[in-house]
Design a protein around this ligand. Structure first.
Ligand code: PGA
Length: 254
């Protein structure tokens, strides 16, 4: 696991966009595991800018998103399909037929989860998985629990997550109670993982995930077992890591 300190959110976004773009340049038909939430928006904006300048070609890129709210259609403005269209896909030359988000309206959610895992297998796995992190250490919607759930599955969202995401809805009652999320095995089978964290609300999750015990109560802690993880965090998100910087040399400053 390599931790890169970013000066601020802009710096974090630019660094992240550079790493994702490098993946696309090295492998034009790369499978990108994409994430929603406020953290990756700046990186998406940067990649859109580079695409518009003619420097980044998404024509052969394939993508698979981490998760979707159960019960929301792709047209709902808080669905993650809508988010991806709005924040990235509509502005670059990706073929939407090659983009995948779980179907939140599937009549048989368990079958949809199996289908989704098969989609990932059929694409040959994920080359680069982008992740945000919840204040509770969740990745995708893998919430803290007693076991690492392996495959794509339906989760009950924690109150903390629903409260945190209520800012995007008109009231907390409108935040769905369940979601479909890629599982820990799906995430861990990616060739490379890029986790972004911004703001002090993530400081404890970042510290526990990078240096605490590997436990399903902190889902992102499992990333310690992956051989190619890059964490880009701004100083606010690194507060606790800095305070405990006794291992030295593990943070790449700039
Ligand atoms: P955020 O969400 O980027 O909106 O902070 C991250 C997450 O919950 O995974």
């Amino acid at each position: 696991m390599k931790i890169y300190a970013a000066k601020d959110y802009n710096d974090l976004s630019r660094k992240a966009a550079n790493i994702i773009s490098a993946q696309v340049i090295l492998k034009p038909n790369a499978v990108l595991g994409l994430a929603t939430g406020s953290t990756p928006v700046g990186a998406y904006k940067q990649m859109i800018e580079w695409h518009k300048k003619g420097d980044l070609d998404f024509s052969r890129v394939r993508s698979v998103n981490l998760d979707e709210y159960k019960g929301l259609s792709g047209d709902h403005d808080q669905s993650y399909r809508y988010f991806m269209n709005h924040n990235l896909f509509d502005h670059v030359n990706i073929d939407k037929a090659n983009t995948n988000v779980p179907n939140g309206l599937a009549e048989d959610p368990a079958a949809e989860c199996r289908r989704y895992d098969q989609v990932i297998r059929d694409m040959g796995g994920i080359d680069l998985q982008l992740l945000g992190i919840g204040g509770n250490g969740h990745i995708g919607f893998n919430e803290p629990c007693d076991v690492f759930e392996k495959g794509t599955h339906v989760v009950t969202l924690t109150e903390e997550t629903r409260k945190s995401n209520a800012r995007f809805f008109s009231s907390i009652d409108e935040v769905p109670t369940h979601a479909l999320t890629m599982g820990i095995q799906g995430i861990m089978s990616a060739g490379k993982i890029l986790l972004l964290a911004s703001g002090e609300a993530k400081a404890k999750a970042v510290y526990d995930s990078c240096f605490g015990p590997v436990v399903p109560g902190v889902p992102a802690s499992v990333l310690q077992l992956h051989r190619d993880v890059i964490v880009i965090a701004d100083e606010a998100a690194l507060t606790l890591v800095r305070e405990n910087e006794k291992w030295g040399g593990q943070i790449y400053d700039n």
